[in-house]
Design a protein around this ligand. Structure first.
Ligand SMILES: [Zn+2]
Length: 169
């Protein structure tokens, strides 16, 4: 997946190339000037939590005006891209955990047949795989520091536009 380091200064002053980071179309919206890569250690359970953390921060960011003057470029179609995916990625595990708890309670009470528990298992595994797929397949920050933000999965036209400018074109 294409990776690109984006200057934080240019995110803040709103001067990144107007190319959608998701699809490469003309971008009219600048969003999430404060976007950060998850800062936790990347191993085991913490890796999953750190992946989730980014999406939680996206959902907890107040709805920004569509003509915000700073941030990353998104086109009309992808203005809500991170927010929509955030709901799936954060909501998915919550729904899965609640469902499992309900089923576990019913199973304990002896009211769920075994065949239904088998289905439950496949549904949960399916959910986790689907979530990982959405999470890892999304354009998202995966690194960076005070001066730059590394975006993974960004569209190649955006990457090319950033690199062209950095090389002094
Ligand atoms: Zn787009």
């Amino acid at each position: 997946m294409p990776k690109v380091a984006v200057s934080r200064a240019r995110m803040t002053d709103g001067t990144l190339p107007p190319v959608c980071i998701v699809c490469g179309d003309a971008a009219r919206h600048l969003l999430y000037p404060e976007a950060k890569a998850p800062g936790f250690a990347f191993d085991g359970v913490t890796a999953l939590l750190s992946y989730l953390w980014f999406w939680i921060t996206i959902l907890s960011t107040s709805r920004e005006p569509s003509q915000s003057a700073a941030g990353l470029p998104f086109c009309d179609q992808h203005e809500h891209y991170w927010r929509r995916r955030g709901w799936i990625i954060v909501g998915g595990p919550v729904i899965t955990i609640v469902t499992v708890i309900i089923y576990a309670g019913r199973a304990k009470a002896g009211v769920v047949p075994d065949s239904e528990m088998d289905w439950m298992f496949f549904i949960v595994v399916g959910w986790i795989l689907a979530l990982l797929y959405v999470m890892l397949g999304s354009v998202r920050p995966t690194g960076g520091d005070a001066r730059s933000l590394v975006l993974s999965g960004a569209h190649r036209d955006f990457v090319a536009a950033v690199e062209r400018e950095q090389s002094g074109y």
